[in-house]
Design a binder for this molecule. Structure first.
Ligand SMILES: *[C@@H]1O[C@H](CO)[C@@H](O)[C@H](O)[C@H]1NC(C)=O
Ligand SMILES: *[C@@H]1O[C@H](CO)[C@@H](O)[C@H](O)[C@H]1NC(C)=O
Ligand SMILES: *[C@@H]1O[C@H](CO)[C@@H](O)[C@H](O)[C@H]1NC(C)=O
Ligand SMILES: *[C@@H]1O[C@H](CO)[C@@H](O)[C@H](O)[C@H]1NC(C)=O
Ligand SMILES: CC(=O)N[C@H]1CO[C@H](CO)[C@@H](O)[C@@H]1O
Length: 438
């Protein structure tokens, strides 16, 4: 009897051992849960690889790791992300962007009318909810969550193609200030894309996780997210494995496009000084804007750049004004760019001071500062923040991919991937309101 028992026992032991060895030598299982960052202007998808313990942000066929949050409708179908690029100019009234600003929100009728005036597409009012009016060879409306679902579906397909497995589960990030309804509609967008949402996580929390701050001994984390058009500052407090948002503040009219605009105004003035007229042709203005944007990006690494744009200027010929092709050239130094934006850069400190006041902390109490959003690449901005706190911010993760990196880590935790034992939790912040300065 005892012998039989031990035979069964060693059989079980052998099974366990085989399982253990299998775990050691078989390739690690493919990730089953994806992390999604559905941003206002760009979105990304990432996964956590249990085998290597690394996050992979999944690129498209051309290796691009973020896709523009744009969806365009034509008679032949729905186009998403990079596929839309050519349609932005030719099909503006059916090309929807910024849908995240409308998701799960109830608006006063006059607010929707003025919002609609800001966009080349038509925003309509469905009992307080925003919808977009599409006219291809038929006319219909789509909801902001439908736009979101098309972006999420594209990212799901990218992940499935890359990993070679079907994906049905996701963790998704939302701005900390999103209320329950905005969160619910974001989940609905994911459901429409065939994804079950295991957890919704705040963007600043995700950014903090990208730096592994859920695993180390920190209490107060300040997250500065400076994107193309908005600044969001959040003060997080970590207790055990739990992140609590203590305070939020921001400026929804401050970001990269404002810094570009200053440089564009300067360039326009220089054209006027050199040729007597400012550029007036639509294509010229467009080209100048693009060149300015490129120079701005390059100045984050270079200290000096040459702005060089072919333009056509109107000059007085013998028989009236004629268009003359010229090549406008102007050296732009990083110093000049900083000078043109001094006051705007200073404004970044306002919401930072506010969250500290709201959270009743002094700047010395902040353990780590995390920078998110493309505009935090600007060296002067990093420097201003470092000077204010008297310590270096955390910048080693690509600021455009910090959120998706953190969401992918959370997805790995939800998927039960070894070796992550620490789970980040969020304490809901129902009564927190975001202060806005703009
Ligand atoms: C719109 O055009 C597409 C492609 O040409 C066609 O497949 C579709 O049936 C048309 N729809 C309507 C309502 O005419
Ligand atoms: C419109 O919204 C209000 C509250 O937001 C709701 O009470 C009402 O039933 C809605 N009407 C329709 C037609 O959906
Ligand atoms: C959000 O969804 C949950 C679960 O489906 C539901 O209980 C809750 O009432 C919803 N809240 C809002 C504001 O829509
Ligand atoms: C900006 O930098 C990139 C890479 O360093 C370079 O390829 C590009 O030509 C630069 N742009 C301009 C306008 O010089
Ligand atoms: C400046 C800097 O890199 N600070 C911190 C970033 O976050 C990690 C935690 O993962 C800290 O160890 C660094 O010191």
């Amino acid at each position: 009897m005892a012998g039989e028992m031990s035979a069964v026992g060693s059989f079980i032991l052998a099974l366990l051992l085989a399982g253990y060895l299998g775990q050691q030598y078989l390739p690690p299982p493919k990730p089953k849960v994806v992390g999604l960052d559905l941003g206002t202007t760009f979105c990304s998808v990432g996964v956590f690889h249990a085998g290597t313990g690394e996050v992979e942000v999944i690129g498209d066929e051309e290796g691009r790791k973020s896709l523009p949050s744009v969806v365009s409708f034509t008679a032949t179908g729905i186009h998403v992300g990079h596929d839309v690029q050519d349609l932005v100019d030719s099909n503006p009234q059916n090309t929807i962007y910024d849908a995240k600003r409308f998701i799960g929100k109830v608006f006063e009728p006059d607010v929707l009318i003025s919002e609609s005036a800001r966009y080349p597409f038509q925003v309509t009012n469905n009992n307080g909810s925003a919808e977009f009016l599409i006219t291809t060879n038929q006319t219909f409306t789509v909801s902001p969550e439908f736009i979101g679902s098309q972006l999420l579906l594209k990212m799901r397909k990218m992940a499935e193609k890359h990993l070679g497995v079907p994906i049905h589960k996701a963790v998704i990030s939302v701005p900390a200030e999103f209320d329950e309804m905005q969160r619910n509609y974001t989940i609905r967008a994911a459901n429409m894309a065939g994804l079950d949402v295991l957890r919704v996580i705040n963007e600043p929390t995700a950014a903090a996780m990208a730096y592994g701050l859920h695993k180390v001994d920190v209490f107060n984390v300040l997250v500065v997210d400076l994107g193309g058009g908005t600044l969001d500052v959040s003060l997080l407090n970590k207790q055990g494995g739990m992140f609590l948002t203590r305070a939020m503040a921001g400026n929804n009219k401050l970001g990269g496009q404002d810094f570009s605009q200053r440089l564009f105004q300067y360039a326009t003035e220089r054209v006027r000084q050199q040729y007597g007229v400012a550029p007036s042709l639509k294509e010229d203005i467009h080209r100048l804007r693009q060149a300015v944007e490129e120079v701005k990006l390059n100045l984050t690494v270079e200290s000096k750049m040459l702005l060089r744009v072919p333009l056509r200027v109107l000059t007085q010929g013998p028989r009236g004004p004629v268009e003359e092709p010229v090549v406008f050239q102007e050296p732009i130094s990083r110093e000049l760019f900083e000078e043109l934006n001094t006051d705007l850069f200073q404004k970044i400190l306002t919401p930072i001071k506010t969250v500290l006041e709201e959270g009743q902390l002094s700047k010395e109490d902040v353990d780590e500062i995390v920078l998110v959003g493309g505009s935090t690449r600007i060296p002067r901005i990093r420097q201003l923040i470092a000077q204010y706190f008297g310590k270096e911010p955390n910048t080693s993760v690509d600021p455009d991919l910090a959120v998706v990196t953190g969401v992918a880590i959370q997805a790995g935790i939800m998927g039960g991937s070894w070796p992550l034992q620490v789970s980040a939790m969020e304490i809901p912040n129902r009564h927190l309101r975001k202060m806005n300065f703009s």
